[in-house]
Design a protein around this ligand. Structure first.
Ligand code: PMV
Length: 360
């Protein structure tokens, strides 16, 4: 598919008002997306586990305007209160997707949204938030054109989510989603995320992710600024090619269930992401002392317990602790006994691999 396949022809139905609602999860990248081209197209392919508990629920009420407005007409409610400071971001998103949803200026929208995880937890809500909104808007389009197939619906929701926040395009489906052209993954594309198309060993079913909230503050570097720092980055070419190689390796690992090799890729990807930030100009250190304490504890415990617990990181100080289902009791006990002490106010979120967004 190409971009213009997402531009619809005129809608046949006329609808004056309605309501749609979706719950969409966050996701955690195993091979990281860091660096983008024009139009939120990724510099390298990435792959993620879709999460389950960390999610955004969004309801959109729409009402036909007497005549199309010059600007987008919408109000935004977050957890029961109007939230004007989110409006510029939503407006940018709507203008980026307008050509793909030409009805946007014909309606007034009331967008009501809430997160399952605490606000200001340092957990990026853009993946779940943007995907939930994109799903609602495509669902409205489907009311105007009921011929839209399920498969096109999912592709378009992912395509539009990407224009809100790149990683959001990996939140529509589960349980493993790949985004970005990769020559050895059939159907992969820069335009939207696809469900991982090959065999996955039982070791990777029901994976657990306990998110340790090390620093709940605002992000020091916005992802837009961070991605842009890859433009003149001295290691960019090697990094992008490494992501392709790691995806090749993951095809074999997912098939044969080799957890030791899985850990090597996942931890190396997390540290590489941070290495890119530390070696850009300007440079950043987003890990905190407690991030390193946790990583060292995980390494020690893995050695002693012979379990397969490992970590990954987002563009921040929080640590995602990943482990297979059959080790959940022993690893969770270790987390409670030894890691929670390093979290801000002892806060953490218990999550696990999930199966994508749901219509409510
Ligand atoms: O979706 P964005 O633009 O906020 O970028 C997210 C990038 C990382 O979370 C650091 C990595 C990833 O692939 O999710």
């Amino acid at each position: 598919m190409i971009e213009k396949d997402f531009i619809p022809s005129a809608y046949e139905l006329k609808i004056t008002e309605g309501k749609v609602s979706y719950k969409s999860p966050s996701n955690i990248a195993l091979v990281k997306y860091w660096g983008k081209k024009e139009n939120q197209l990724p510099q390298n392919p990435s792959i993620s586990f879709t999460l389950d508990a960390c999610a955004t629920t969004t309801q959109v009420f729409y009402n036909k305007l007497p005549k199309p407005s010059d600007d987008f007409s919408f109000e935004l409610w977050f957890e029961g209160k109007t939230k004007d400071d989110f409006k510029p971001k939503i407006k940018t998103f709507l203008s980026r997707i307008e050509s793909y949803l030409p009805f946007l200026k014909e309606y007034h929208f009331k967008i009501e949204t809430s997160n399952s995880f605490p606000h200001s937890s340092g957990i990026a809500s853009s993946a779940s938030g943007m995907s939930a909104l994109a799903l609602c808007l495509v669902a409205i389009e489907r009311q105007l054109n009921p011929d839209i197939s399920d498969s096109f619906f999912l592709k378009k929701a992912s395509f539009l989510s990407r224009l809100g926040s790149g990683s959001a395009c990996r939140s529509i489906e589960g349980d493993i989603v790949q985004w970005g052209n990769h020559k050895n993954t059939k159907g992969s594309t820069d335009l939207y995320g696809i469900k991982y198309p090959y065999e996955v060993h039982d070791n990777f079913k029901n994976y657990y992710d306990t998110i340790l909230l090390v620093d709940k503050g605002q992000k020091q570097v916005s992802s837009t600024v961070g991605h842009n720092l890859m433009h003149d980055h001295p290691f960019a070419v090697q990094r992008f090619s490494q992501a392709h190689d790691n995806l090749d390796k993951l095809i074999t690992i997912f098939k044969n269930g080799d957890l030791k090799e899985f850990i090597k890729i996942v931890e190396s990807e997390a540290l590489t992401l941070h290495a890119m930030m530390m070696t850009s100009m300007p440079y950043f250190i987003l890990m905190k002392p407690n991030t390193l304490e946790i990583i060292n504890k995980i390494w020690e415990f893995r050695e002693v317990s012979k379990t397969n617990v490992c970590f990954t990181l987002d563009a921040g100080a929080n640590v995602h602790v990943l482990y297979p289902e059959n080790e959940k009791d022993v690893v969770f006990q270790f987390i409670k006994d030894e890691l929670i002490a390093y979290c801000e106010n002892q806060q953490y979120i218990c999550d696990r691999i999930g199966f994508g967004a749901k219509k409510l």
